[in-house]
Design a protein around this ligand. Sequence first.
Ligand SMILES: C[S@@+](CC[C@H](N)C(=O)[O-])C[C@H]1O[C@@H](n2cnc3c(N)ncnc32)[C@H](O)[C@@H]1O
Length: 843
Amino acid sequence: MAQRKKKATTRGKKTERKVTRYTYDEIKEPRTPETGHTPLLPGEDLVVTLPMDNGWSKAVVVGKLPEGDERPVVMDMDPATDPALFWAGKRNRREVPVLPLQRNEIVSESRIAQIIERARKAAEEKSGTTRQAHLFADLEKQLRESDKGKRVEFYTHEEGWKNKLICGDSLHVLESLLHYENLRGKAQMIYIDPPYGIKYDSNFQQRVDSTKNNDEDQADDVLTIKAFRDTWALGVHSWLSYLEERLYLCRDILRDSGSVFVQIGDEHVHRARTLMDEVFGASNFVAQISFRTKIPLRNTLLAGICDYLLWYAKDKPRVQYQKIYTDRGVGAGTQFTRVEHRDGSRRAMTDEERDDPSVLPDGARVYRLIDLNSSGLTPSCVFNVEFEGRTFSPRTGHSWKTNPEGMTRLIDQRRLEAPGESLQYVFFFEDFPYIEVTNLWSDTQGASGKRYAVQTSEKVVERCIHMTTRPGDLVLDITCGSGVSALCSERWGRRWITCDTSRVAINVARKALLSAVFPHFKTWGASLASGFVYEAPEKVTLGAVSNEREAGDLVLVDRPKVDADALRVSGPFEVMSLGRYSVDDWKGYVIREPDTGEAAKLENYIEVLCRLYRKSAAIQGATGLVHAVAENEKEKIAISVGPLSGRVTAKQINDAVQDALASGILEVHVLGWAFEANVGEVKSALEKRGKVKVELIMIRPDTLAEGLKATQPEMLFSPLALPDIEVAAAKNGKEKQVRVTLNGVALFDRKRRTTEYKAADSGYVSAWYLDEDYDGDCFVDCQMFFDFKKTPNIKAALRAEVDPEEFTLKLDSEPFPVRGYKRVAVKVVDVYGNESVVVRDLA
Ligand SMILES: C[S@@+](CC[C@H](N)C(=O)[O-])C[C@H]1O[C@@H](n2cnc3c(N)ncnc32)[C@H](O)[C@@H]1O
């Protein structure tokens, strides 16, 4: 023991642990446009028709939609062929707009890697040695610069693979992945953890920093509300349509050897399974796994303690599957209840030993007995055996599991026992201390230290990854939540894509990825695709013992060998959103008049938005860039609407203000889906110059999407809030540098519908990110600041002390030199998941 300790210290002095990450430069993908490059995309809006049946032929009218909804409710099917599930609104075709994805942000740094670098630097300064720390972000920037000329060739130019965290509805995201990102047939595994049913209130989270949903934090996150409430207008019927549409797209995106897992509770498991039979074909059903989630609840008729995974293959005969094993137990509840002492004597365990095997005497070998009669009959293995003064023969109609020579070897090696009338084989625990994982996972439990209200246990997702994918394979999760599948994929060297409608979820996942540390696994070759070097224990079988064969080897695919000299952080990933909303999304959009309850059909984009924003808005007053005027006793405002597929520019704001002033209106509200980075400065300059008041209003991304009918219009807009930052000169040695301080953030109060300034340390900032050299296109995270929910234990791995302050939300950045673009950008995420960006020139 003492020796081992010494070895560790010497090694600690000699080698420094590398900080590594897995990258996938060898895998090429089309280059996705950055935000702001939408006009460069194909002009035509693509609408695809999604076929959703198995070619059934007879039209059957099913279900009933609520009054006023005139969607056709027919589907083609022949009831004589397959039994199938019917629900109201089941359709055999669905039109889905295909929208390109946009890259908003490249996360190429890891908070934890930076903390490690700083801790090391501090330790080195103390010891008098210095070393140039390198930033992953610098490498990323170099890469982007060298590629600059090619940037306009989106989707024709290829670049190295980056994992993807996407904010958007899974239906559109899946379509984009198929049509723009060329991912048809590329995902090896898809994990879906949809809302379990139609009681959705408990299914989403309002704050990034808390899993508790309080009334005062009532979500204004329309995307989430859409996902959990409004789209479920027909209850379970809507839920089935939701799942069906996505499952068909998932099938297209799966590799031929791929698998899909749907996590579900017992309320709808039967419906989901019937639906999956329909989409994937019953012959591609692989397993229904029950996994334990909770401790039994009292006050229920029969306590439910598990949820389910429905596992379907794209094509079962070709499915990729690796067996996985768990550690076997001994004592009570297992068959390993006998012991052999050092002197060779054997006995049954005492009750105390069964309950607590740790009290077994030193050197005791635990074993179980296995019947030596085989299940069939092999004539050469039917013979009498003399053992301990008695003669044994196999049971009538059976033979032994080995031949006479094998039996002799078993006797010689003391592998036989005859406790009763038949011969038994002695199987020691260490012959194979593992047990194959089946479809009953009673060793799982609910997620611990939850970041997200409905978080899945990592163990569950990891098992799916190990069973069906190899290192470098692509894992897709269309219900990201806290990012468990992205995190597990990152840990096990799989590529990943995940999406969620909730900004809270996206930000919870991003923080988790940025604060994670993983072991670095040994690979056979230089790349991940060469595979990990796995633990391969010996399996001593009866056949091996009786035939003097080598013990069989097997590979434990969930136990790769660890490189103790390296510590790994998350690889680079990009944060994306859906680029543009299709015109079809708003055509025919209906709002119910609050007074009369009547539905009014509005078919003009600008009119729709102006009316949604202020129901009193009159298009008649429009001139130039003032698209509508809203007037009542309290206010008279000019409304200007930004383009559907682009950003609101400084020019639009300027022109709208001039047009408003010309009409004598002193308040201008500019509504936009996205804004140029400099709009904050323009607003202040205009307001400083005269009496005019300018409000910049964000339109929530899926405002015009079908299904938002029931949403309160005022929940669709929120003021664009710009962070308050300060840039100051700083000195770092001889070099002149700058440092950014976050002073505060503008926070939207949902109750009062006003924007309030909150100091940066008031508890409303969830995280902030700094791009030290903003190129005007894509935000590259160079520095990142947030509170760690749980401080990672990296002291031992790092072999250096870490200042505990490092794990708290700092408001001052590290100093950094001014570089080529002479411009910094700061992105702040508030506790509700709202993001705001401010850009500052350093020239
Ligand atoms: C049950 S949670 C998933 C939790 C996740 N497995 C975890 O471990 O954290 C379902 C998630 O799906 C998201 N969601 C629901 N409808 C969606 C949609 N149409 N598109 C994308 N995400 C959606 C919700 O916002 C929610 O975060």
